[in-house]
Design a protein around this ligand. Structure first.
Ligand code: SF4
Length: 457
C-alpha cells in the first residue's frame, strides 16, 4: 500500500514546530526551604456546647438545660467527631491557629469536663503554639477552677455575657441583678491571668436611659476589659417582655444615639471598631472572626448546628442533638447541609465577610484570589467612598467610623451577587423546627447579637 502525502500539508499550517520539549510549567525559580514546602496551612475550629444551666426567656438558639446524662453522652460524641476530623489527611495538612468555643454556655460544663474536652481537642488536632482560642461564658457560670482549666488548656480570650451593670435593667432582663457579682467575675478572670476579656453589653433595654448606658460603658472601661461588644435588645426579645409589665424600651432614635455615643466614648478610650458594634483595644481583636472571614481560613465545625468552611464547601452540622449523637456514633461526620463555593463566590464571600470585619487587605486578597478587589468591585467601592462609608488606598479598604460602622451590614451587602442578593442570612442550621412555641417569630431574630456576629455561629 502506498502512503499518500497529499494529506500532510496541515503540519505546515500551524506555527513552526516548537523544538523546546515542555517538561514543567515555566516559573521564575527562587530559593525554597523544606520547611516552606511542608509548612502546615492555618485552620480554625468552632466548638459548640449546646447546654445552659439556666435558659433565658428571650433566647432563640438551640440549647438544652444542662443534664448530667445527656451532657456526658454529648461530650463523648463531640470527642469522637474531633477524632474523626483529626484522622483526615486534609485536616492533617493544617495547623489550628484560631478557634471559638460557643454555645449555649460552654462553661455550663464542669471543670473536669472542660479539662477533658479541651485536652482532647488540643491533643488530637495539630494546634499552633500560639493558637488564638476564645470561649463564651457568663458571670454566673465562671469559677476560679474553670478559669484556671481554660488557661492551662490554652484558651486565651473569654467573652462574658454581662448585658448591663445597672441592677434595675438586669432585673428587667430576668437576670441575676447584682452588678457587683458581674464586676467580681471580671476581676476573677483578670486575677487568674486572662488578659483578653470581652464583655457583651445591650442597649435598648426596658427602662434604659442614656445616663444608665453611659454608666455601663464607664464601668466596662474602669474594669479594664479589652473588648466590648454591644447589641440591641429591642430587636431580640420584644415579645416576651410585653407580658411582663416592664417600663418601655427607649425610642429607636435614642437607641441609635446610644450606638453613636458608645462608639465615640470607646474610641476616645483607645478602642478600635470592628464588626460594627464590637470594639477592642489594639491587638486584642479576636482573630477567629477577622482572619477566618477576610482570609478565608478553613474552619472545622464541631457540635450540633456548628458552621464550617472546608474544602471549598460551606456547611453546617445536624442541629438535632439526638441525630447528631447517632451520626457521630455511626462513625460519620454530622454534616447536614451546605454549598460548594465557586471561585467567583469565594471572591465575593471574602469581600462580604472581610468588609464586615471592618477592613480588607489588598495584598492578602490578591494572594488568595489572584485579583485586585478594587478593580473587581470598582463601581460598588466608588459608590461607598462617595457616601463616606469606606476609604480605599494601596493597602486596602477600611470602613469609616462611626458612620460606616453603623451601616456595616449595608456596606457588606453591597458585595452580594445579584443571584443571592435577596437570600436571608443563615442562622447556621434552619432552626425553625426546633424553636419552642413560646419563642419569637423568626423575622425578629434577623440580627444576631454582636458576639454571635463575631464568631460566625
Ligand atoms: S442567652 Fe445564652 S445563656 Fe441564655 S439560654 Fe441562650 S445560650 Fe443559654
Amino acid at each position: 500500500m502506498s502512503i499518500t502525502t497529499t494529506s500532510m500539508p496541515f503540519w505546515k499550517e500551524y506555527p513552526e514546530r516548537d523544538n523546546e520539549w515542555v517538561r514543567q510549567y515555566p516559573t521564575k525559580h527562587v530559593p525554597v526551604a523544606e520547611e516552606e514546602v511542608f509548612a502546615r496551612k492555618p485552620m480554625g475550629a468552632y466548638v459548640h456546647i449546646p447546654f445552659c444551666n439556666r435558659l433565658c426567656f428571650s433566647c432563640p438558639y438551640i440549647k438544652h438545660q444542662t443534664d448530667r446524662d445527656l451532657t456526658r453522652t454529648y461530650l463523648d460524641a463531640l470527642k469522637a467527631e474531633i477524632t474523626n476530623y483529626a484522622g483526615r489527611p486534609y485536616v492533617q495538612d493544617h495547623e489550628i491557629t484560631l478557634g471559638y468555643i460557643g454555645g449555649g454556655t460552654p462553661t455550663a460544663l464542669t471543670a473536669p469536663q472542660l479539662d477533658d474536652l479541651l485536652g482532647h481537642l488540643f491533643g488530637s488536632l495539630h494546634m499552633a503554639e500560639d493558637a488564638d482560642f476564645s470561649i463564651e461564658t457568663t458571670p454566673v457560670d465562671i469559677t476560679e477552677r474553670k478559669a484556671r482549666v481554660l488557661l492551662e488548656r490554652g484558651v486565651r480570650r473569654v467573652s462574658l455575657g454581662v448585658q448591663t451593670f445597672v441592677a434595675e435593667e438586669l432585673k428587667n432582663l430576668g437576670r441575676p441583678n447584682d452588678p457587683e457579682m458581674l464586676k467580681n467575675s471580671i476581676r476573677l478572670l483578670r486575677a487568674c491571668g486572662f488578659e483578653n476579656i470581652n464583655i457583651d453589653l445591650m442597649h435598648g433595654i426596658n427602662g434604659q436611659t442614656m445616663e444608665s448606658w453611659e454608666h455601663s460603658l464607664d464601668v466596662a472601661i474602669e474594669l479594664g476589659v479589652t473588648c466590648v461588644s454591644f447589641y440591641t435588645y429591642m430587636e431580640f426579645a420584644q415579645v416576651s417582655t410585653k407580658r411582663r409589665k416592664l417600663p418601655p424600651v427607649p425610642d429607636r432614635a435614642v437607641v441609635d444615639d446610644m450606638f453613636l455615643f458608645a462608639a465615640d466614648k470607646l474610641t476616645r478610650h483607645g478602642f478600635l471598631g470592628y464588626y460594627g458594634d464590637c470594639f477592642a483595644k489594639p491587638g486584642y481583636q479576636p482573630k477567629y472572626g477577622e482572619t477566618s472571614w477576610s482570609e478565608d481560613v478553613p474552619i472545622i465545625p464541631l457540635g450540633p448546628t456548628a458552621t464550617g468552611h472546608l474544602r471549598d464547601y460551606w456547611y453546617f452540622n445536624e442541629p438535632d442533638i439526638g441525630r447528631y449523637i447517632e451520626t457521630v456514633r455511626d462513625g460519620r461526620l454530622p454534616i447536614a447541609m451546605g454549598k460548594h463555593i465557586t471561585k467567583s463566590e469565594a471572591i465575593r464571600r471574602s469581600m462580604v465577610l472581610g468588609v464586615k470585619a471592618g477592613r480588607v487587605d489588598r495584598e492578602t486578597f490578591r494572594r488568595l484570589h489572584g485579583v485586585d478587589f478594587v478593580e473587581t468591585f470598582r463601581a460598588e467601592i466608588d459608590d461607598l467612598v462617595d457616601k463616606g462609608l469606606v476609604t480605599v488606598d494601596e493597602k486596602g479598604i477600611e470602613v469609616t467610623g462611626p458612620k460606616g460602622w453603623y451601616y456595616l451590614d449595608n456596606i457588606s451587602k453591597a458585595f452580594y451577587s445579584q443571584e443571592y442578593r435577596r437570600y436571608p442570612q443563615h442562622l447556621g442550621a434552619d432552626i425553625s423546627n426546633f424553636i419552642s412555641s413560646r419563642s419569637l417569630p423568626l423575622e425578629i431574630i434577623t440580627r444576631p447579637s454582636a458576639e454571635e456576629a463575631c464568631h460566625d455561629h
